[in-house]
Design a protein around this ligand. Structure first.
Ligand code: 3HC
Length: 688
């Protein structure tokens, strides 16, 4: 962390004040622990938390804070305390790495209680991010000032937890029960302005935050400190509370933590504070050991690991301000919206003026939808549209920094496009292909400088789905790869780097999963039992409902092309072929694995007859297949394919497979992903 406090590195005495009493004008300095330092100047002790990278409230921080408060309370020369953090974080929360170990004293609730109960005023100067336990420390202070860039939240539910140090009880005393349910139940992080509006912080301070906090705390000297836990809980409209709770519960199907968070916040209105925080702590400790929390911790660390890409240490991304998008169909328009959301200027290109205009209308429609749903304002939409230009010719891309092609997924179409583009764009402009199934190395081979070609594979709808597979082609230059990653990140995506293979990570794993679904049908399950089992497990849609949505024709055409070269020893289920032969191409054709009556999906006896006939033709004796077996085999199929991709170096690590399935295919994050589940099963298995 570069922006260390001036107090760091200065002469430090022990917490008991060992060392000679300094001359009156000299600030007195303390090292309360390896990560908490103090400086007393004219009666105000500035306590700084200095635990890079994110000032997590580890055991050393907790010990240091307790010592600092103890010292401040006992020292007659100290009249007040300002609490702040070094670097760009106040406190990034409890130390998540400690969650796999038994809790180590002093515990955070003890620290928080010492802060709140201190007879001398304590003001939090929120210099940056204050999350989880970090915000709980701040909520226990007697006032809170924040820098304009501070971000606040209680995101514990995203780790399968509830706040464990009073957050569920103190926050509703500041913002009301309904707003606290919304914030804690969703884990949403808010900016300083919102925090001030809600009443979480008292004031935003644009410059000299510590100076302002010092002045504020001095003014409180001699007054009775305002203890958040003593504040009454505002009597919110019960309908508003119910609506906030219902929204959280609807979005967290199958998870424990959000429902517990709602229960605890509701209790703030009528359970005495001491009882409610005891309940909160017990709930926190129970959840800390849950499968849900273990899974979400895995996802948290997997995301951080995915950001570390082999070969990119010290490689800078090229600056990108303008993005060209060729092809403004459903995918291209979605990518355009994501790029506009990311702050880029976008030039959209189509083959005719009419198609370009239709593309603009599609993009504007998506932006309008976002305004209608309240996700953005009309002013945001207008600002985005002002950054969009459209054209019916590639010449419009002359000055562009990066081009993403989203044209028809055909090798000839794409290679011809890239060849045309190299005559138009600057020599160092990045050329990205959004192909799903083609070999991007073959596209790259068609241009003079293949090192500037990279795969940038979005998932539909591209303005919504968080996953972006970044395909490192054989010749992609490190700067080009770094640029694609940085652009995807700016678009709000989670970039996962992968190597070249048909279908990349996601479609390869999804195909293995779908194949396993077909094996299950041939063995005796119905497609509806397969879908129902995996949906009950937590995926939004089963493999057959998804196939119907995507349409069955393209995969059928592919299978027919592959028929001549298919390995005869490989198990092949031909039921999907029989469906296509019967004209069942999926939802758009009105029937596929399901029948669609008035647009509603429903099981179809005709499909069961086709399935039974296919089994009979192969002489398969069908047997009942339990839901547990269905889920186990589907997940095992994903994990087996994932392991192969890691072994082949297509995916860098197994966590990347989980992130792809969670963010691109609707695998529930609170289950951790197929690799996580397979790993846990292996750990639990008795030794042979
Ligand atoms: N504990 C331990 N390590 C943490 C951590 C935490 N709370 N937060 C971040 N880290 C680590 C990351 O793993 C990463 O380590 P690495 O460099 O070895 O990979 C490093 O810090 C930097 O993290 P990011 O790459 O995420 O840095 P950013 O600057 O992008 O983001 C952040 C910083 C906003 C603080 C983000 O890391 C974050 O959201 N952290 C988690 C916050 C959170 O969930 N806190 C609640 C914890 S639960 C709790 O507090 C319980 C309490 O109620 C008792």
């Amino acid at each position: 962390m570069s922006d260390r406090s001036s107090a760091t590195g200065s002469r430090a005495a022990g917490p008991t004040g060992a060392g000679a009493t300094p001359p009156a004008a000299q600030p007195q300095r303390f090292a309360f622990s390896a990560t908490v330092i103090g400086e007393v100047d004219a009666g105000v002790m500035l306590v700084l938390i200095d635990n890079p990278p994110v000032n997590a409230a580890s055991a050393s921080v907790r010990t240091g804070l307790l010592a600092a408060i103890g010292r401040a309370a006992a020292d007659p020369d100290v009249v007040a305390v300002v609490l702040s953090g070094t670097g760009k974080t106040f406190v990034g929360g409890a130390d998540i790495r400690e969650f796999n170990l038994p809790p180590e004293p002093p515990l955070l609730p003890e620290v928080v209680a010492a802060i709140e109960d201190c007879a001398k005023p304590i003001v939090a100067a929120l210099n940056g991010v204050a999350l989880g336990g970090g915000l709980e420390i701040a909520l226990a202070c007697h006032a809170r000032l924040a820098a304009p860039g501070a971000k606040l939240g209680l995101p514990e539910v995203k780790l399968g937890l509830v706040p464990g140090a009073g957050g569920t009880q103190r926050l509703p005393r500041l913002v009301g029960v309904a707003a606290a349910i919304d914030l804690i139940g969703s884990g949403r992080i808010v900016d300083a302005g919102t925090a001030e509006r809600l009443g979480i912080v008292d004031r935003i301070v644009a410059s000299d935050l510590v100076g302002a906090a010092t002045a504020t705390v001095r003014a409180l000297v001699g007054t009775v400190p305002r203890r958040t836990s003593d504040l009454p809980v505002a009597a919110d409209d019960p309908a508003e509370i119910d609506a906030a709770a219902a929204k959280v519960l609807a979005r967290s199907r199958g998870q424990q933590a959000p429902a517990e968070a709602v229960r605890l916040v509701r209790a703030a209105a009528d359970v005495p504070f001491a009882d409610a925080v005891a309940d909160e702590r017990a709930t926190f400790l129970a959840l800390r050991n849950s499968d849900e929390a273990a899974a979400l911790r895995h996802v948290f660390f997997a995301e951080r690991a995915a950001a570390k890409v082999y070969g990119l240490d010290d490689v800078a991304a090229l600056p990108v301000a303008t993005i060209g998008i060729v092809g403004l169909g459903l995918m291209g328009s979605g990518i355009a919206v994501a790029a506009l959301d990311g702050g880029f200027a976008v030039v959209g290109v189509e083959t005719s003026a009419a198609a370009a205009e239709a593309g603009r209308a599609r993009i504007a429609g998506l932006l309008d939808k976002s305004v209608a749903s309240g996700r953005s304002s009309a002013a945001d939409r207008d600002a985005r549209l002002a950054r969009l230009t459209i054209s019916d010719g590639l010449a419009a891309l002359a000055g562009i920094d990066l081009v993403i092609e989203a044209v028809f997924d055909d090798l000839d179409v794409k290679t011809r496009l890239f060849q045309s583009l190299q005559g138009v764009v600057r020599p160092n402009a990045v050329l990205a292909t959004n192909t799903s199934y083609l070999d991007p190395d073959r596209i790259a081979a068609a241009v003079d400088r293949p090192e500037r070609v990279v795969g940038l594979h979005f998932f539909s709808p591209a303005n919504v789905m968080r996953l972006a597979e970044i395909v490192r082609c054989a010749k992609t230059a490190p700067t080009v790869l770094a640029t694609a990653i940085s652009v995807a990140r700016a678009m709000g995506k989670l970039p996962i780097v992968c190597g070249v293979t048909e279908g990349f990570i996601g479609n390869r794993v999804f195909s293995a999963y779908r194949r396993a679904g077909e094996f299950l049908i041939e063995d005796g399950a119905s497609p509806y039992e397969v879908d129902a089992a995996i949906e009950a497990f937590g995926l939004a849609m089963g493999p057959f409902a998804v196939s119907d949505l995507a349409g069955l024709e393209i995969a059928w055409a592919l299978r027919k092309r592959q028929a001549a070269t298919r390995d005869a020893s490989e198990r092949y289920v031909d039921i999907a072929d029989r469906l296509c032969e019967a004209g069942r191409f999926g939802q758009r054709s009105g029937k596929g694995w399901y029948a669609y009556v008035d647009g509603k999906r429903q099981p179809d006896p005709e499909v069961l007859m086709i399935v039974a006939a296919a089994r009979a033709a192969k002489g398969v004796a069908s047997r009942p297949v339990a839901a547990e077996e269905i889920v186990e085999r589907l997940i095992a199929a994903m994990a087996d394919e994932g392991r192969m991709l890691v072994a082949a170096g297509i995916a860098a690590r197994s966590g990347d497979i989980d992130l792809v399935m969670i963010n691109g295919y609707g695998f529930p994050a609170h289950k951790g992903g197929p690799m996580f589940i397979a790993g846990r099963a292996q750990e639990a298995a008795p030794p042979h």
